[in-house]
Write a protein that binds this ligand. Structure first.
Ligand code: MG
Length: 209
């Protein structure tokens, strides 16, 4: 995760400095903007890997900037953390509605900030490795998860679910319909895991081709 650039957008110089120090100490590159206009300029020129965005700023607010960034399809995967001054429920809902990934309430704790930043980068990485057909975690994640369980040395169970005679189905009905069968199967299984499973359950789709 090191070597990634994070753009901090906050009108308060001290907040920018605190964020910058913590993130740079953790190995991240930091870009700073004091308002929305400057942020957009820097964003276009430097394409940072993440944006940490203050909501309350003079002129363009954090919400305005969030709306502008999320309008572009290529920014949909850009991780954005919003900074709020108090635990304001309305602000949180509005930010989530506009596509923020997470929140940080000021004054924040160093560790909390770094956990949130690291987790977001990790999630993006997982998405990149996901099975493109089902959107679920793919081969690399499945292997890692199995290794982790073996290391833990606690009881676990693996279900390996396969569709019988799937090749014949594909040959007869074509790949498009075959893909739909895989997607539907994945959906049924993940719904079942979400409904009756627990938080330790892991579900992925393995891919041969
Ligand atoms: Mg502010």
């Amino acid at each position: 995760m090191k070597g990634r650039n994070i753009l901090i957008v906050d009108d308060n110089k001290l907040t920018r400095k605190i964020l910058k120090d913590i993130l740079e100490n953790a190995g991240y590159g930091v870009l700073e903007a004091k308002d929305g206009e400057e942020a957009l300029q820097i964003y276009k020129n430097k394409l940072p890997d993440m944006v940490i965005l203050d909501i309350v700023m003079p002129g363009m607010t954090g919400f305005d900037l969030l709306r502008i960034l999320r309008k572009e399809e290529e920014n949909l995967m850009l991780p954005i953390i919003l900074l709020t001054s108090q635990d304001n429920f309305e602000e949180k809902i509005k930010g989530l509605e506009l596509g923020a990934d997470d929140y940080l309430v000021k004054p924040f704790n160093d560790k909390e900030l770094l956990f949130k930043v690291n987790n977001l980068f990790q999630r993006i990485e997982h998405n990149r490795m996901a099975n493109p057909l089902t959107g679920l975690r793919g081969n690399i994640d499945i292997k890692e998860e199995i290794k982790r369980r073996i290391k833990e040395n606690k009881p676990y169970a693996i279900l390996y679910i396969d569709l019988d005679n799937f090749k014949s189905y594909n040959d007869y009905y074509g790949f498009l319909r075959g893909d739909n069968v895989i997607k539907l199967t994945a959906k049924i299984l993940s719904d079942a895991v979400n409904l009756i499973g627990n938080e330790r359950d892991f579900f992925g789709t393995h891919r041969w081709r």
